[in-house]
Design a protein around this ligand. Structure first.
Ligand code: NAD
Ligand code: TYD
Length: 351
């Protein structure tokens, strides 16, 4: 029986990871630690909330007394650390919470793991789930590899880069057993509708303007969230301690092409005249310091550990759109309240 702590398990990627781990490993005890910010929602885990090998603990990783106590009480064998502030636009508007959670919170977890594992490190692993945005911005050519120099350019990516460095520093300095992965943009069910794909789906559904930053020519490499969590499972179990693995979908899209695709698929699904949703596209002021392109070379993971994405993008978008169209109650719940204020502030329009 192994006991694994997953932080941020009520968020988008975390909830998919908790579900995979609880269902796939009945002999593991999975403890989900989450403070339930606007982005964390226990509704994301309704289907497994009563599983006998699953437990939820509400708590804040920036509170070191709480984190230390939890590690003392529980004796975890492993940590999969996803808890974070994750949205670039919010980090531009107010960076401090990103510093607190992504950097300070990570260090509290590292300290607690170090103390808890000081007498026996065999079989232990602290896995930091990170982003490709730490590598900065690419031109039209080239890919991020694991030893690309860090060049973070938003408060979000700088905070994740900082936490990656600290995780590596704890390995080199204290021999803490760690592994890190840096993944490209995820999409799929349960993603909070502030990120590009769910925001556009929600707006198309409601016939609201579709805010495309700048000219829409920035490029992102999209990966289905369930393929990301399968990669995390593979890396946690078979990755080499101290190593970094890049995870990506080999699936680059300009934002405008992607929004066009979403419009066209949804016109068909909602029986609207062909081309009508594209009329909602509104070019808005560009994001400050907007990174031009992210693209991942994931050969180390593919060739070394045998992972590959399972789903084509057209199927993934189809499934994702269907999920948002079917889960109207979830969407209404998460977009009520504070989301309205965020939306008005970010897009300078009424919701
Ligand atoms: P998310 O914003 O959907 O979820 C983050 C979760 O962390 C939420 O449940 C939130 O309540 C929790 N949390 C935030 N602050 C906390 C705190 N102080 N204490 C405890 N819990 C706290 O994020 P996501 O998109 O699921 O991303 C998860 C992780 O994966 C992040 O570390 C992110 O940097 C990384 N990542 C995300 C992507 C992506 O495309 N979304 C890509 C690569 C890496
Ligand atoms: P996002 O989903 O926020 O992910 P990230 O910034 O972490 O890559 O944004 C993806 C891309 O979409 C990014 O280039 C910014 C752009 N974008 C828009 O054009 N309009 C929007 O309303 C949002 C949220 C993002």
């Amino acid at each position: 029986m192994k006991k694994i702590l997953i932080t941020g398990g009520a968020g988008f990627i975390g909830s998919h990871l908790v579900r995979l781990m609880v269902n796939k490993y009945p002999n593991y005890e999975i403890v989900n630690l989450d403070t339930l910010t606007y982005a964390g929602n226990l509704e994301n885990l309704k289907d497994i909330e009563n599983a006998s090998n699953y437990r939820f603990v509400k708590g804040d990783i920036t509170n070191h007394c709480f984190v230390d106590e939890l590690f003392k009480k529980e004796s975890f064998d492993g940590v999969m650390h996803l808890a974070a502030e994750s949205h670039v636009d919010r980090s531009i508007a107010s960076p401090m919470q990103f510093i607190m959670t992504n950097i300070i919170g990570t260090v509290h977890l590292l300290n607690a793991a170090r103390e808890s594992w000081k007498d026996k490190i065999e079989g232990k692993c602290f896995y930091h789930i990170s982003t490709d945005e730490v590598y900065g911005s690419l031109g039209n050519e080239g890919y991020f590899v694991e030893d690309t120099s860090y060049d973070p350019r938003s408060p979000y990516s700088a905070s994740k880069a900082s936490s990656d460095h600290l995780v590596r520093a704890y390995h080199h300095t204290y021999n803490l057993p760690i592994v890190i992965s840096n993944c490209s943009n995820n999409y799929g069910s349960f993603q909070f509708p502030e990120k590009l794909i769910p925001l556009m789906i929600n707006n198309i559904k409601q016939e609201k303007p579709l805010p495309v930053y700048g000219k829409g020519d920035n490029v992102r490499d999209w990966l289905w969230v369930e393929d990301h969590v399968k990669a995390i499972d593979v890396i946690y179990h078979n990755g080499k301690i101290g190593e970094t693995y890049n995870i990506g979908g080999d699936n680059e899209w300009t934002n405008l092409d992607l929004v066009h695709a979403l419009c066209d698929i949804m016109d068909e699904k909602l029986n609207k005249p062909s081309g009508s949703s594209r009329n909602l596209i509104t070019f808005v002021e560009d994001r400050k310091g907007h990174d031009h392109r992210y693209a991942i070379d994931a050969r180390k993971l593919k060739l070394g550990l045998g992972w590959k994405p399972s789903l084509q993008f057209d199927e993934g978008l189809d499934k994702t759109i269907d999920w948002y169209l079917q889960n109207t109650e979830w969407l209404e719940n998460v977009t009520s309240g504070a989301y309205q204020d965020y939306y008005k502030e970010q897009y300078k329009v009424n919701v």
